[in-house]
Ligand binder design. Structure first.
Ligand SMILES: [Zn+2]
Ligand SMILES: [Zn+2]
Length: 274
């Protein structure tokens, strides 16, 4: 894809500065006229930010720790990195996911769980942008292998999205694409089969419920694309895997999964099933 000319880059940068200034001014006005409490701990919000969470709650989000599986991003506490040895969790030693790698910003615990619920059920866009900023930092720190052409949110089933009115993954993927200056393709992937109504799914049911549940939209250009696939939470990796499979089948060159949070307490999948 061709790069924009430098003069339009300059005017885009100017526009962005003006927009940033307006955003700052209007944030300040909002906090003056509508003082409110943190949506997690109820502490009065003092900073001029549209994110309805206090600094204490935001900084309490536990980042995914240092040593992680190079493929799936699973934290591996207590593991030591041997020189010239890839760090792979037991699941990734046995199987290959359809995605190339996955990374997450924070551990799915405590305040992060509450924040994801706010994103999921209250459509708090500034929080989505805040998470997107954190994911952009992660992408930029591993720029060598995270190079991508498009950003794609994990889709909801059409009926689910109609009920909810939005897709929470897109609340993060859209501002992420803006930050990375990449096209955002929210309709490239579709979910063709809805998640079962049952609230709690076993590990096997999770994998079963998403197998073949995604497809690329007929007529969309996927060939040779490097895709950043975005979701709110990575639990077993089954959803990212099913999406990545559909993208790879349509010709995608690589798929990297990025999620806001990573559940740690899920057991390792039973590799015999694969
Ligand atoms: Zn708080
Ligand atoms: Zn792994």
């Amino acid at each position: 894809m061709g790069r924009a000319s430098s003069s339009s880059d300059a005017s885009a940068a100017k526009q962005q500065r003006v927009r940033a200034w307006f955003a700052e001014v209007s944030d300040a006005l909002v906090s003056v006229f509508f003082p409110s409490g943190c949506r997690i701990c109820d502490r009065l919000l003092t900073s001029a930010s549209r994110v309805p969470l206090c600094e204490e709650c935001l900084s309490s989000f536990e980042r995914v720790p240092g040593v992680i599986c190079e493929i799936c991003g699973r934290p591996l506490p207590g593991w030591k990195k041997e020189p010239d040895q890839p760090v792979l969790c037991p699941a990734c030693q046995d199987r290959t996911y359809a995605f190339d790698r996955a990374r997450s910003f924070a551990v799915y615990e405590n305040a992060v769980v509450r924040a994801i619920l706010l994103l999921k059920f209250e459509q708090i866009e500034p929080l989505g942008s805040w998470f997107a900023h954190r994911l952009a930092e992660a992408v930029n720190s591993e720029a060598d292998w995270l190079a991508a052409d498009v950003v794609v949110p994990v889709p909801l089933h059409r009926e689910r999205e109609r009920e909810r009115g939005y897709n929470q993954a897109a609340l993060v993927s859209k501002p992420l694409a803006n930050r990375l200056r990449l096209p955002h393709k929210s309709v490239l992937l579709v979910r063709t089969r809805a998640r079962p109504d049952k609230q709690v799914l076993s590990l096997e049911e999770r994998w079963e419920s998403v197998r073949g549940a995604f497809a690329t939209r007929p007529g969309s250009q996927v060939d040779n694309l490097r895709v950043l696939l975005v979701d709110d939470v990575l639990t077993t990796g089954a959803t990212l895997d099913a999406c990545a499979r559909a993208l790879r089948e349509a010709g995608a060159k690589s798929v990297v999964g990025l999620t806001v949070a990573r559940a740690l307490r899920n057991p390792l999948p039973d590799t015999r099933e694969w």
